[in-house]
Design a protein. Structure first.
Length: 123
């Protein structure tokens, strides 16, 4: 069973039973984690089954990492000095993209409406 041992913003420590005393599995997990956008550093210890992940909390959150690893995240995540919650970056990224999409559609509709209005107002 995989469990979160400790979580603070930008850092997540887990125990992963499948890599304990399994160097090949530990290496594969380490390479997989390194390929995730936002993951800055990974340290896997096959002897104990411990995995330490340092990540950019503005690109990916601890809940997203836990979900990728199939771990239920029940820990309270300590806030860093800058005070933003750990999970805000992923949510903010989604909200920002939705807002940008809405704004783009709104501007496109306004331009289209202005063109149609100009076309029909001269006739």
């Amino acid at each position: 069973m995989n469990t979160i041992v400790h979580a603070i913003e930008g850092r997540l420590r887990l125990k992963v039973t499948k890599i304990r005393k399994n160097i090949a599995a530990a290496h594969m997990l380490e390479e997989s984690l390194r390929s995730i956008d936002g993951v800055k550093k990974v340290k896997v210890t096959p002897l104990t089954g411990s995995v330490l992940i340092e990540y950019d909390e503005w690109q990916i959150g601890s809940y997203e990492l836990a979900a990728l690893l199939g771990v239920e995240h029940r820990h309270h995540v300590t806030r860093s000095v800058n005070g933003h919650p750990n999970e805000e970056p992923g949510r903010l990224r989604r909200v920002a993209s939705e807002a940008l999409l809405r704004a783009t559609i709104e501007v496109a509709c306004q331009l289209l409406f202005a063109r149609v209005f100009r076309l029909y107002s001269f006739r």
